[in-house]
Design a protein around this ligand. Structure first.
Ligand code: PEP
Length: 246
């Protein structure tokens, strides 16, 4: 099965109602690139409105709780995301792992909760700068993959995003060789775990992707798309990345 390119925007804690115009422009233009799957993950507050935009488009959440409902003040569950119109959710983003102490076990439980709710999942992994500098990045990331991968999953509904923490929001990117080596290693670890079907899983790169570097990053071995933060907030910055994937 050929892997379709996948470009996903993570709006993080950005976006008021007025930002829906950017989402509409992105979705409208994305329709012209039939070979690329495009999705936007706004804050919870915009999911319903973004999913209802007349331009149509795939909308996701940035996190979910492991439980479907209950006494968890401030949290949002996977069934709630689906109910609001989301079709996917990001789990294990480094800002959740670092800022909220999420372990690989937590990330795995969230991925399983999301899949059970019918959502697709983008599972994030990535090493801190010190680990990259010490030369242990591949071992570190493969341990994250092995420990946070859900048990038993539909290959069409899981993607893995490799996001070196030191590249997120910094303007720094790994060399193309390092990206290809990491993605190849992740693919090999997935093959060890689930067999030849691992060839169907999409592996995204994330970390300071922009219109200038997207074509090169998307051309690296085993890179099937991009998870984009800052450059996903406006159509002017995001669409060149979608075009680079097309
Ligand atoms: C992200 O946080 O997922 C991300 C990749 O951010 P940026 O593109 O801004 O580096």
């Amino acid at each position: 099965m050929a892997r379709r390119k996948y470009v996903v925007g993570n709006w993080k804690m950005n976006g008021l109602t007025e930002a829906l115009g950017e989402a509409g422009a992105i979705f409208a233009a994305a329709r012209g690139h039939a070979a690329v799957d495009v999705a936007l993950c706004p804050p919870f507050t915009l999911i319903g409105a973004m999913a209802a935009l007349p331009e149509g488009g795939t909308v996701g959440g940035q996190d979910c709780h492991v439980q479907a409902s209950g006494a968890f003040t401030g949290s949002v569950s996977a069934p709630m995301l689906a109910d609001a119109g989301a079709r996917l959710v990001i789990v294990g983003h480094s800002e959740r792992r670092e800022g909220y102490g999420e372990s690989d076990g937590d990330v795995k439980a969230k991925a399983e909760a999301a899949l059970a709710a019918g959502l697709s999942v983008i599972l994030c992994v990535g090493e801190p700068r010190k680990v990259r500098e010490s030369g242990d990045a591949i071992d570190y990331v493969l341990a994250q993959v092995r420990q946070s991968l859900p048990d038993g999953f539909d290959r069409s509904r899981l993607a893995i995003a490799y996001e070196p923490i030191w590249a997120i929001g910094t303007g720094l990117v790994p060399t193309i060789e390092d990206v290809a080596a990491m993605h190849g290693s992740i693919r090999a670890a997935l093959t060890e775990r689930i067999g030849a079907g691992a060839a169907d899983l999409r592996l995204l790169y994330g970390g300071s992707v922009n219109g200038e570097n997207a074509a090169e990053l998307l051309g690296a071995g085993d890179v099937d798309g991009a998870l984009v933060g800052g450059a996903s907030l406006t159509a002017a910055k995001f669409l060149p990345i979608v075009e680079a994937a097309a």
